[in-house]
Design a protein around this ligand. Structure first.
Ligand SMILES: Nc1ncnc2c1ncn2[C@@H]1O[C@H](COP(=O)(O)OP(=O)(O)OP(=O)(O)O)[C@@H](O)[C@H]1O
Length: 277
């Protein structure tokens, strides 16, 4: 594993000046254009911004899951613990995906799960063994009732919320230090959204796992996150603690986002009051 000097040694993830420029139809799309991004151990960080601002590309590039399109430029540094992910070997990346590294959940579990395999088997494969008790324990941990029955189901036999929990269970199998959650509740109805967010919050507390959550929804940021990055046009135009950014936004774009959802400011303030000693 290669290692190098970090500017922020207390960070679990430390990304500096990341650029991911794509070659799309003969044009260069600056999907991520010089982003600094960091996550401390056990921290919950939000990434918010309009559609196409580069949120997903940022997350995917960090975990070395590049978009299926030609890359015009890829540069910057990505340090995860003592590994430089930009230069890490396949072996190092596989190890980080399998054990105590990072994993990711997506908006669409159906596109991710194997439709022809029972979900218990898919979780067992993620666990690298076929220990039924561990499969059931994971299903229980993500809040699925009747884990035996769920384990014997195919993805299409489950509701959207249940499938999202199965995907979370698969992501947890490697005991990740950092979970990326890309719009994990966008396709769910309001009640199920709330349940999945509560589950993520509970897992964060019980496992001490860091979470980087991508969302359009400032309410999700206000409820779940310690810090937030606001993205626009491939750049992080603003970052800071949720309360600071929501109370005194420095960038007009952030101010506009907040103006459009002022009720979330109250949620952030209530959260800060609850956290105060
Ligand atoms: N596979 C791809 N092919 C072509 N263009 C892409 C691809 N992936 C990303 N892009 C482009 O890169 C830019 C950033 O996209 P990205 O999906 O990262 O944004 P986003 O903020 O996550 O958007 P959304 O909220 O809609 O998911 C956009 O202009 C998008 O069109």
């Amino acid at each position: 594993m290669s290692s190098f000097q970090s500017q922020k040694p207390n960070m679990l993830l430390d990304v500096c000046n990341l650029k991911v420029h794509l070659a799309v139809d003969g044009k260069t799309v600056r999907a991520v254009d010089g982003v600094d991004f960091a996550v401390a151990p056990g921290e919950v960080v939000g990434i918010v911004g309009e559609s196409g601002s580069g949120k997903s590309t940022l997350a995917r590039a960090i975990i070395q899951l590049m978009p299926n399109v030609a890359i015009a430029e890829l540069s910057g540094t990505i340090r995860f613990n003592d590994a430089d992910l930009m230069t890490a070997s396949g072996t190092v990346l596989r190890r980080l995906r399998r054990q105590n590294g990072f994993s990711m959940i997506f908006q669409d579990p159906l596109g991710y799960l194997n439709p022809t395999q029972k979900v218990g088997r898919q979780i067992a494969e993620a666990l690298d063994n076929s220990d039924d008790n561990r499969v059931l324990a994971l299903l229980h941990e993500v809040g699925l009732p009747k884990p035996h029955q769920v384990a014997r189901s195919y993805p299409h036999e489950l509701s959207g919320g249940m499938r999202q929990r199965v995907m979370i269970a698969i992501a947890l199998a490697s005991e990740p230090a950092l979970l990326f959650a890309d719009e994990p509740t966008t396709s769910l109805d309001a009640t199920v959204q709330r349940q999945v967010l509560d589950t993520l919050r509970r897992l964060h507390k019980s496992r001490g796992m860091a979470i980087a959550i991508i969302t359009h929804d400032l309410g999700v940021i206000a409820e779940l996150c310690d810090r937030v990055y606001v993205m626009r046009g491939g750049k992080a135009v603003e970052s800071g603690t949720v309360v600071d950014v929501f109370e005194t936004p420095q960038h007009p774009y952030t101010a506009e986002l907040i103006r459009l959802s002022t009720r979330h400011l109250q949620v952030a303030q209530q959260g800060a009051q609850r956290a105060a000693p």
